[in-house]
Design a protein around this ligand. Structure first.
Ligand SMILES: C[S@@+](CC[C@H](N)C(=O)[O-])C[C@H]1O[C@@H](n2cnc3c(N)ncnc32)[C@H](O)[C@@H]1O
Length: 280
């Protein structure tokens, strides 16, 4: 089922309506603008988690992130009004209006992308460090973590180690941490010669491989961004990522960059990893 057909489906809608009706009193506890922001960010993230279970490779633009976020704020606001008995509109109507607006925003991204059986998950800090062959204390700064995840475990650990780091992801971090940004990696302004280290564990390159092998028409955009990421390294800076993308790495100018490949075995699974360093 695509996202749009999921949203149009009466059964899935009725399930949500029943769930909300059962816990409508919960919305009464929202008493400030901050509560509303926090609550709507949680439901926004829930929506993205649901999307990724259906198809982790679906692409939304940053405008869509913002519009979806607004829509969830409105939903939570309307349900709060309903819970306070200040609105007579039935929950079913609120949910239907919300779903229709969501379908309007999703446009083609939600409807056309083929569902994928591969489910997106987040990884422990230990696994990320071992697979990427990272030695946190030696990482050059500033550091960018592309697709850092909802929990941003690696980014947070780097912060704990007093590293200057930014994590980007389509998830929204409601604790408003200024170093965790809700950004699309295809639209992010990497800026030439800016980063001492860039890490991306099971994120950017994994999606790139998916678009290389499929008929999505996005491989060219991914390639353009891949080279923009390399260009954004400072001289001597390194891009650490997994999985490796040999067909693209073969196009990297070895006069300007040096490439090291590793195979890491973790829990009896083999992971391919690449480090690309910009020459000084
Ligand atoms: C498999 S998870 C890996 C997260 C983390 N790096 C880890 O290893 O635990 C991939 C992450 O990429 C993010 N992602 C997918 N497409 C994205 C995009 N276009 N822009 C930013 N983040 C994206 C997802 O939200 C997800 O958190």
């Amino acid at each position: 089922m695509t996202l749009v057909s999921y949203l149009r489906n009466e059964k899935t809608k009725n399930r949500i309506v029943a769930l909300i009706t059962e816990c409508i009193s919960y919305f009464r506890s929202i008493s400030s603008r901050e509560d509303l922001q926090y609550f709507s960010a949680s439901v926004y993230n829930w929506f993205f988690r649901e999307c990724m279970v259906k198809n982790q490779y679906v692409i939304f633009s940053e405008n869509q992130y913002a519009e979806i976020k607004k829509l969830y704020e409105k939903l939570v606001f309307d349900l709060k009004k309903k819970a306070d008995e200040r609105a007579h509109i039935p929950v079913e109507k609120i949910v239907s209006l919300h779903r229709n607006s969501l379908i309007g925003i999703l446009g083609h991204s939600g409807g056309s992308a083929a569902p994928s059986p591969a489910i997106c998950s987040e990884y422990t800090l230990d696994l990320q460090e071992k697979i990427l062959h990272l030695q946190i204390s030696f990482l050059a700064e500033p550091i960018l973590d592309i697709g850092c995840g909802e929990q941003a475990l690696l980014t947070k650990e780097l912060r704990k180690n007093n590293k200057t780091v930014i994590g980007i992801d389509q998830f929204f971090h409601s604790d408003a941490a200024d170093y965790l940004l809700c950004k699309n990696w295809l639209e992010f302004e990497y800026q030439s010669c800016s980063w001492g280290s860039i890490v991306s564990h099971m994120a950017f390159s994994n999606h790139f491989i998916h678009h290389l092998s499929g008929q999505t028409g996005m491989a060219g955009k991914y390639e353009e961004v891949f080279f923009a990421i390399l260009d954004s390294l400072k001289p001597g800076g390194t891009f650490y990522y997994a999985p490796a993308i040999p067909s693209i790495e073969n196009k990297v100018d070895t006069e300007k960059y040096s490439i090291k490949r590793y195979e890491t075995v973790y829990n009896a699974q083999v992971f391919s990893v690449t480090h690309i360093r910009k020459c000084i």
